[in-house]
Write a protein that binds this ligand. Sequence first.
Ligand SMILES: [Zn+2]
Length: 503
Amino acid sequence: MKSNNIVYEKLDYDVFNKRINDSLEDERLIKLGISKNPLGYTFYGYELFELTIGSGKHDLFIVGGTHGSEIIGVDFVTQLINNIPNLEDYDPNLLTIHIIPNQNPEGYDITTQTMKDINNDNLNKESYDYYLRYRIDNLINNYLKVLDKKFNNIKDILITPQVFINIIKESFKDISWSNLIDSKRGIKELSLYQNIFSNLDSYDNYSDLFKDIKIRIDNLSSRVSNPYFKSAIKRIELSLLSNELQNIIMSKNYIYLNKNIGERLYQDKFKDNNITNTKSEELSKNVSEVFNKLNIPKGSQIKFDPNGNFVNLNKNRVDNKGIIDMLNNNIIYGITPSNNILDNTDGPIGKPTIDANNFTYSYENIVLKDLLDKSYEKGRLLGTILYHSTGGVIYSKPHDDTDRVDLLTKYNNALAEVYVESSDYKIVKEGENTGYGDYLRSTFPGVLLIELSKMGGNPIGPYGDTNNYNLTIDSNIKAVNDLIKRCNEIILNNEVIEPSNKI
Ligand SMILES: [Zn+2]
């Protein structure tokens, strides 16, 4: 396979549209019959569309951008289009690829406008800073949970040096997040790293604490030969000892008043960026009014997942438990580090439907389901890949109540197992029916929901490490080729699951 052409750049709605237009004018894609088909408009007038490539009698669907803040999904899908001519197993006469590159342009526009001060020159630095902030928010919030259990509903906490040490120690008891720091594979020896933080004495100031940690890290670093372990140590050193983070911690003595209110570092970074400049002025205006009225934390719009009507497209399912929370006015907070934001209501997390008393599917979801319905009814549908952003996992299992669950499970697992060969993702074996992705997976054959980046921190955390970024994009392009190869076999062996094909 020709090596993939990967572009690392700062995204916004204009860059997205430019990428689409460039693809439509690309000679290689024109030869493959690329065309753009309108699917109507969102509430705020953003264009919805699909691109189709090839003219085969069978369909593979690819969807990005369900959640507004998950920009690496849109990024990946638009780069995949550009690399389709390089896929050695793609036969345009056998398979038509349908691509909805940005299912939720409203959420995407709000998120990317919030990061408007970031440009291609500082993208890496700012993304890494954001990633660190997000990680520290997670660590502190997880530690607060531990404290909360020990001391029953703590109200206030002052992040003193000793508390900071405890947070680090606590966080390295569970090294799963540290594995994510490595840009290639998890590193077993990271457990050694915990020793650095044992026997740290009490400190009354941060400078002495940071100095001591640095000495310990340098000592360990000089004794290690495994290059992956070495690079992980380097990254942890940077994450704990970056000047900027030290300055923030030292200057603020970070006070988290309560686990559900108070500041978050990831929000703090964008607290002065008002919601402005979206393509629809109405969208900016209405969303900022709601933010002001409901006192939603400033800067939290950097992670804006729903559409402009605050409907979270993946929660947009009649069985979603958030509907009951809406009906009962339950006070529910998001998960850490967004646990200072109310969930299942207007805000950057979003709700399952506009009005809980009158459930409706969102237009963005209806157009997708219509396409899948038509393809399935004609016996053309091979599969659908829904690209989300962070976690490095694949959801493939349909819900147990699903018609023909065993047949679909077997079919989906075979696709997922092909996909993980290049991507090295974990396959999630449990099936739900509460999210829209789950609903599609329980309705159509071959629906995979993929969490792309192993680095956390939407929207820009995954851009904090260019090696990790390149590996994510590159390995997923390869994985799509592998999946297409499997699709070819499904077609040739007549293994296509059709609606009439009941068992
Ligand atoms: Zn998502």
